[in-house]
Design a binder for this molecule. Structure first.
Ligand SMILES: Nc1ncnc2c1ncn2[C@@H]1O[C@H](COP(=O)(O)OP(=O)(O)O)[C@@H](O)[C@H]1O
Ligand SMILES: [Mg+2]
Length: 150
């Protein structure tokens, strides 16, 4: 079952992320897809602040992954926008079992590397401030999280 959430502004998107954060567990994986400017990084900022991370969150550009370890759980923030098709040795899978939360922007570009159990969030831009977020849980634990948060 998919869940639709309409976000009217940046705060709504951050709040959704914060509510999902309250259901966090070690090795949680959240995949964000949607055009540039749809709010993927805004979502990560909301999640990070709820984890208690005070660092400024910016998209990883050179390394594909940024690690934040000052929160309740480690946060691994990935952005695959610039991933090369033949980057088959990037070690992404290692992060999924390091007991943190992994959030991946542009996850569709590494769809073959994603774990089976995960939460996919597709973000659609409706107008300047409106976004529709479609949450697609894969696996019982993510289904339970979605039904309790939405
Ligand atoms: N409902 C909304 N949710 C998230 N961001 C929004 C929303 N409405 C407007 N915005 C703006 O859209 C932009 C999203 O930027 P960003 O999160 O960096 O996008 P992405 O990481 O998807 O490229 C920000 O400037 C933000 O203020
Ligand atoms: Mg981004």
């Amino acid at each position: 079952m998919n869940y639709k959430f309409t976000s009217r502004n940046e705060i709504d998107t951050m709040e959704l992320a914060q509510n999902l954060e309250s259901e966090k567990f070690p090795n949680m994986v959240i995949c964000l897809d949607g055009e540039l400017g749809s709010g993927k990084t805004v979502f990560v900022k909301g999640f990070a602040s709820a984890l208690g991370i005070n660092d400024n969150i910016t998209s990883p550009t050179f390394n594909l992954v940024k690690e934040y370890i000052s929160g309740e759980l480690p946060l691994f923030h990935m952005d695959m926008y610039r991933v090369e098709e033949n980057d088959n040795n990037i070690g992404i899978e290692d992060y999924f079992i390091r007991n943190g939360v992994t959030i991946i922007e542009w996850s569709e570009l590494i769809s073959n590397l994603l774990p089976e159990e995960r939460l996919d969030i597709k973000i659609k831009v409706i107008d300047e401030n409106t976004r529709v977020l479609v949450l697609e849980p894969h696996g019982t634990i993510y289904e339970e999280i979605c039904s309790s948060v939405l």
